[in-house]
Design a protein around this ligand. Structure first.
Ligand code: FES
Length: 273
């Protein structure tokens, strides 16, 4: 399906922007059997132009996909990644979920809020930074974590976080803790999230020592995961290495298929009779 440039006539976009958005929207819609499934990347796309999901952006998505503006708004207001007012060049997100909070995330947020003079989802006067409290980003092994446009800055303190914010406001390049690619702007990031890569994915964040520690221990001890088997089939017992601690799995008899599975002709609980 090709996006109809006429569909954008209700928006306030100029002809050049309409042409560019229409070409990108056509590429997005082609990824899906049903074009309206492209709404999420299209919201990122209009965000990459306006810096937020504007009224024009909502109208463009609605007209292009043949759905109502109310339907587009309902989606855009559900996900916090879509901004309904102009965002800063950088979103600085402080994880204040449980582990990061107890490791200092709340203190980092409070310090940044004082330092920048803004609260949650507010933007500094110079338009550089929008500060946010964010939920767990599965980097708890590096708690407390701060994210800049979704790039990880690990093991932060109030001092390192404020220094990071100062660099961003000065326009200095900043590089995530486990990556080599400098952080891009909110608009650039939005275009990547719309599915138009910048070719720097291999420079991005990788796994670090804390993340790989469990895998390393498992390999040293010869642990392997059980095979998942087919539905209704017995699960293979777990191979365990010599752990040597009281009560460890190495001291328990290995599970057998009859311990772990309900056979085809058995009902749950039948073994107990
Ligand atoms: S609690 Fe902060 S990354 Fe998980």
């Amino acid at each position: 399906m090709t996006a109809d440039p006429q569909a954008a006539t209700k928006t306030g976009y100029d002809a050049e922007t309409v042409a560019s958005l229409t070409a990108d929207a056509t590429a997005i819609m082609a990824r899906y059997p049903d074009p309206r499934s492209g709404l999420l990347p299209m919201l990122h796309l209009v965000q990459s132009v306006d810096g937020y999901v504007s009224r024009d952006g909502i109208l463009f998505c609605a007209e292009t996909l043949g759905i109502t503006a109310a339907e587009v708004s309902a989606v855009a207001t559900f996900y916090t990644q879509y901004k309904r007012h102009p965002n800063g060049t950088y979103t600085v997100g402080v994880c204040t979920n449980t582990l990061c909070a107890v490791m200092g995330g709340d203190a980092i947020f409070d310090e940044l809020s004082d330092h920048l003079g803004v609260g949650h989802d507010e933007t500094t006067d110079d338009g550089a930074i929008t500060l946010e409290r964010i939920e767990c980003n599965a980097a708890c092994d590096y708690a407390p974590v701060v994210m800049v446009n979704w790039e990880f800055f690990d093991n932060q303190t109030p001092e390192t976080a404020t220094a990071l914010a100062d660099k961003l406001r000065l326009g200095d390049d900043v590089v995530p803790t486990r990556g080599a690619a400098s952080v891009c702007s909110f608009k650039q990031m939005s275009r990547i999230l719309a599915g138009f890569p910048d070719g720097r994915a291999d420079e991005g964040v990788g796994a670090g020592e804390p993340t790989l520690a469990g895998l390393k221990i498992a390999r040293e001890r010869g642990w392997t995961a059980p095979s998942s088997g087919q539905a209704g089939e017995p699960v293979e017992p777990v191979e365990t290495g010599p752990v040597g601690k009281p009560g460890s799995s190495a001291e328990r008899p290995a599970a057998t298929p009859s311990d772990t599975a309900v056979g085809k002709d058995k009902k749950p609980g039948e073994d107990a009779k």
